[in-house]
Design a protein around this ligand. Structure first.
Ligand code: PA5
Length: 447
């Protein structure tokens, strides 16, 4: 199983404070399981993994096979929860240089619709001119500006390049069952489409078609991903004792730290492939907890790379941080340090060792140094970067996030703050219906 070690937070929180949170954690877990907490209309993710049917997974795989057959490139258009889960999983498994080199038998997966950069869209469009591309358009609301604007451009280009008939076969929509512009367009054009369940919010949607379809197109095993998540569902339910429930322990430890003045959590990896996993995690925790003037600020670093940039701050900066390290026990490949007769670089003491042994000592050395420097440490060990274990890790973080939000006293399933910038942007752009806001902004700017 995935293991979690919170022993290195001792000394930073009052003795026994993790265990002391057991009743609170139990109450939070009960709210999730019985659906009696705030935001209870968005807890469909809780039993998603264990309830997905083989028929449903087969439909996803069949659609993925069509895209793989008809496209050398697939653009996943989506933002926030509508793309980060897929990207996290795909990049965790992809060759580190997949942007340079095509993966065997799989289309190149590109991500768009997650920014409003004209240069990005121009360069994407130029690149796609030479490609047989398809699009997976993902938007629960179906109206998100970044994604809708990008999709409008991609749809036009796909139709012009591949003809409208083929475009209809290589564009897939993942959206609401009934409402939103993406649904209207999908129905009108006759695109293959999948529904994002009403009771699953964007950041908890990786085990819906939102994550599963792009992951299957990229060639990864969604059955194993779902199986891992389902096993973690069981391992974190209320039948487990507090001490054996990794989601309960993680939620309790990070909240004990928060209550002791540690306001920033840094998710650390020693595998660059996990960079986007941290981006997914940041969204999950940031949107779930940062509200009502509360919340642990989720940050992330890629070590050892960032030890040479952020390492100084972490070692000696303001002592309001703690680290959660994701450690991958076994790497996929083998590279050993060669012996060198001249030993000009002085590295012969490492000759014959695996690079990962060096990495693991960097990890341990960093942990000891940071704890000595006043940074508490939570360590989560995942046996290998496979679909099964990543499925477990995804669910572990989701469950812990739900518990954690209730421990903080917030609704972990809404994101009212995300609307503020949209309102101003629409007013500034003159979107119909925003005349009042537009006037108020103009007044503010005059002052
Ligand atoms: O977690 C969330 O709810 C958000 O990050 C959304 O996923 C994101 O804003 C995209 O929304 P939509 O899928 O409606 O385009």
């Amino acid at each position: 199983m995935i293991t979690i070690d919170v022993s290195a937070i001792e000394g930073f929180v009052p003795t026994g404070s993790v265990k002391a949170m057991e009743p609170e954690v139990k109450a939070a877990l009960e709210k999730l399981e019985k659906g009696t907490g705030e935001g209870n209309d968005y807890i469909g993710w809780m039993n998603l993994a264990s309830s997905l049917t083989p028929e449903f997974l087969a439909e996803i795989k069949e659609t993925a096979a069509t895209l793989r057959d008809k496209c050398d490139t697939v653009v996943v258009a989506g933002i926030g929860g509508s793309y980060l889960g897929a990207r996290a999983v795909i990049e965790a498994f992809a060759n580190s240089f997949s942007w340079l080199r095509k993966e065997k038998n799989a289309p190149v997966i590109l991500f768009a619709g997650n920014n409003i950069s004209e240069d990005y869209l121009f360069e994407l469009s130029e690149l796609l001119k030479e490609r047989k591309f398809g699009v997976i358009n993902i938007s629960k609301s179906g109206t998100t500006t970044e994604t809708a604007l990008t999709f409008r451009i991609l749809k036009k280009q796909c139709e012009e390049q591949r003809g409208r008939r083929t475009a209809r076969k290589v564009i897939v929509a993942i959206t609401d069952a009934k409402k939103g512009a993406a649904r209207i367009c999908a129905d009108k054009e006759g695109y293959k489409s999948f529904v994002i369940p009403d009771n699953v919010g964007g950041r908890y949607s990786v085990l819906t078609p939102v994550g599963l379809l792009p992951i299957a197109v990229a060639g990864y095993d969604i059955d194993q991903l779902v199986r891992g998540a389902a096993d973690m569902e069981t391992a974190t339910d209320s039948n487990q004792s507090f001490d054996n429930n990794p989601a309960a322990i993680y939620a309790a430890a990070r909240n004990a730290l928060y209550r002791s003045g540690k306001k920033i959590e840094i998710l650390v990896n020693f595998q660059p492939k996990l960079h986007f996993f941290a981006e997914w995690w940041k969204q999950l925790y940031g949107e779930s907890e940062g509200k009502d003037g509360k919340g642990i600020y989720p940050a992330s670093v890629d070590f050892s790379t960032d030890l040479h940039s952020m390492g100084q701050w972490i070692q000696e900066g303001e002592r309001t941080i703690f680290e959660t390290v994701i450690s991958v026990a076994k790497v996929r490949y083998s590279v050993t340090v060669p012996s060198d007769e001249e030993n000009l670089d002085g590295l012969n003491f490492l000759a014959g060792k695996h690079v990962d042994q060096v990495n693991k000592m960097a990890e341990l050395g960093t942990r000891l140094a940071h704890v000595d420097g006043g940074v508490p440490n939570i360590r989560i060990v995942i046996p290998e970067l496979t679909e099964y274990w990543l499925g477990q890790l995804i669910y572990l973080f989701e469950k812990a996030c739900g518990i954690s939000g209730y421990l903080l006293g917030v609704n972990p399933f809404n994101q009212p703050g995300v609307e503020a910038y949209k309102k101003n942007m629409f007013a500034l752009l003159g979107k119909p219906g925003y005349e009042e806001e537009s006037k108020a902004i103009q007044e503010r700017m005059r002052k």
